[in-house]
Design a protein around this ligand. Structure first.
Ligand SMILES: [Zn+2]
Length: 271
């Protein structure tokens, strides 16, 4: 599933190919995505120039003078820049034909992605409005995590994966960041000290930044070629390593289910 680093890498990958370019045609082959593609999308978008490619949480936002195109990659979506005459495959649901002779193609086998159109100020959009801060922005702080977690009994891992608290900390990154911060994933969020939340803030920033940096090396995959963009992995110390020795102390990594998600931790290093 594309996580925040993959979405950010996608943003950087498509940006130079779509920014300041006009959309000549919009071809919707399959409107049944997570939400139906609005029937008016081609009429709204054709002839418009894409002013920028921004990201908020896992939404890509392409503002034009007429409104903003919102794209979500869902569970299996990807965006690629391809020559206009590239053959259409089964799951290629939407093409934006650009004045450059390229197209921006949304491919999504499982169809949990979305392509929406809004004329509202984007920060007031119902899907965006209630989101917590970006994890790499100055608004995301250990202090804020500490304040918001008081009296909360839910597990710290569930807490940091809540989009209202901070966006973009998916399961893999939550496991890694908690290991790096030395915090047991099932510890109640309300019983963690400010100092430990400050370590956790830094750990989340570090894990996500490294993944984005890693994604930079795959940028060329977003342009041309038949393959999907190669989603990437940072070297994972915890996720998917149940039973293997901890990279720090050698203790066997334990796995539990939290919020029905696989959760790995070192019972020695994480308290
Ligand atoms: Zn350990």
């Amino acid at each position: 599933m594309p996580e925040l680093p993959e979405v950010e890498t996608t943003r950087r990958g498509i940006l130079p190919h779509v920014r300041h370019h006009r959309v000549e045609r919009v071809i919707v082959r399959e409107p049944r995505l997570r939400w139906p593609v609005p029937p008016e999308l081609p009429a709204m978008l054709e002839g418009q120039t894409i002013n920028d490619v921004q990201r908020r949480a896992k939404y890509l936002l392409l503002p034009t003078d007429n409104g903003t195109l919102m794209i979500h990659l869902g569970m299996s979506g990807c965006l690629r820049i391809l020559p206009a005459n590239t053959p259409v495959m089964k799951h290629d649901h939407i093409d934006l034909l650009l004045e450059t002779g390229n197209l921006l193609r949304l491919t999504d086998p499982r169809r949990f992605g979305a392509m929406l159109w809004t004329r509202e100020a984007i920060h007031d959009h119902p899907l965006i409005q209630a989101l917590g801060p970006e994890p790499l922005s100055p608004l995301f702080t250990g202090e804020a995590l500490y304040q918001q977690s008081r009296n909360r009994k839910q597990a710290i891992k569930t807490f940091i994966m809540d989009n209202h608290i901070v966006v973009g900390v998916g399961n893999i990154y939550a496991n890694e960041a908690l290991f790096k911060a030395g915090i047991r994933p099932d510890r109640p969020a309300g019983r963690i000290s400010l100092a430990r939340y400050q370590r956790l803030e830094l750990a989340i920033r570090d894990v996500l930044s490294r993944a984005i940096e890693q994604g930079g090396t795959t940028l060329r995959d977003f342009v041309g070629g038949d393959g999907k963009p190669g989603y990437f992995r940072i070297e994972l110390a915890m996720y998917g390593r149940a039973g293997e020795p901890c990279t720090t102390c050698g203790t066997a990594i334990r796995e539990v289910r939290l919020g029905n998600r696989s959760t790995c931790f070192c019972p020695q290093c994480q308290r």
